[in-house]
Design a protein around this ligand. Structure first.
Ligand code: CP
Length: 339
């Protein structure tokens, strides 16, 4: 299996299949990507380096490579998604895999079929990779115990969203040239955020200092146990941050109101032009999306000079290509069954 190398003489020519880069593929040992908590710093760096190669391929006129030809990638999304689902589909297509989206609303789940039975039936159609988003933390881990396919966690409840964490790391690294030694603020609804957890694991493993900031009900002091600083006053910590990742208020995961009103939340925690003036001139502003304009960020800030929100989406495609490519080396060879 080959992918085009940025160092190859063929770079930029649009050639689809040339010599592989000094590929981390040979040393990659994992079949599933379930979370960044499980990965070492070296494994995270291997994904980021591979993603960098795929980002270069995406600038060519011919963007498709044959790395996953003959493989089938199934998207099983039990929660809504704009970015992650389409990005995985496009990543699989760019690697020449066949892709199929599973629609929960039109499925036999409504007739009582279980999650595992559903997945086993999809596997019986030849799925090599299952990309799973589920509201229940641990659902992808459970699936990985029951199917032979590679499982990729595309977000499980408030637990992890590893490819979002990786694309955030890639965006920071491209903008700042490093991760180690940076101070990164994670702002907002930390307690319900799978993006926050994947950011915490990824950033701390690569040597960043993390400040979790938000109201005490959304940022419990106990999160200091994860190696982070916890703060409640954004205006105090903003001047120290190289990066701020603005997380969405997840109203759908809150059982009771955890702050008095949206207006009050915005007053203390919304990123505004006025607050940007408190920050470093080279502040990098991230948000995983979807964003609530006028709640977490003003439209001017969301679209402003510090924002890398759409760069994150672009980098997400390269990260998902890298993950599919690396896991493909560990997919079990499937036998063709003939009756
Ligand atoms: N950031 C993210 O996961 O977006 P989607 O919910 O649209 O996939």
């Amino acid at each position: 299996m080959t992918i085009a190398s940025p160092t190859s003489p063929s770079s930029g020519s649009g050639t689809a299949s040339v010599a592989a880069p000094t590929s981390p593929l040979s040393s990659w040992t994992r079949k599933h990507l379930l979370g960044l908590e499980d990965l070492s710093a070296a494994e995270i760096m291997a994904i980021l380096e591979t993603a960098q190669s795929f980002a270069e391929i995406s600038t060519r006129s011919r963007k498709k490579v044959p790395a996953l030809q003959g493989r089938i990638v199934f998207n099983l999304f039990f929660e809504n998604s704009t970015r992650t689902r389409t990005s995985f589909s496009l990543a699989a297509k760019r690697l020449s895999a066949d892709t199929q989206d599973f629609s929960t609303s039109a499925s036999s789940l409504s007739k009582g079929e279980t999650f595992i039975d559903t997945a086993k039936n999809i596997e019986a159609m030849g799925a090599d990779v299952m990309v799973v988003r589920h509201p229940t933390p641990g659902a992808p881990h459970l699936l990985a115990q029951h199917v032979k396919a590679s499982v990729i966690n595309a977000g499980d409840g408030a637990h992890e969203h590893p490819t979002q964490g990786l694309l955030d790391l890639m965006t920071i690294r491209k903008a700042k040239g490093r991760i180690e030694g940076l101070t990164v603020g994670l702002l907002g609804d930390i307690v319900h955020s799978r993006v926050a957890r994947s950011n915490i694991w990824g950033l701390t493993k690569l040597g960043a200092h993390i400040i979790l900031c938000g109201p005490p009900t959304l940022v419990p002091r106990s999160m200091e146990r994860l190696g982070c600083e916890v703060a409640n006053r954004l205006d105090d910590i903003l001047p120290r941050c190289d990066v701020v990742n603005v997380l969405r208020i997840q109203f759908e995961r809150q059982q009771v109101g955890l702050f008095p009103s949206v207006g009050e939340y915005s007053h203390f925690y919304m990123m505004t032009e006025e607050r940007i003036r408190l920050a470093r001139p080279d502040l990098l502003l991230l948000a995983p999306g979807p964003i609530n304009r006028g709640v977490e960020l003003t439209p001017e800030v969301a679209d402003g000079r510090h924002s890398a929100i759409l760069d994150q989406v672009t980098n997400g495609l390269a990260v998902r290509m890298a993950v599919l490519y690396l896991l493909s080396g560990k997919m079990e060879a499937r036998t063709t069954q003939t009756n």
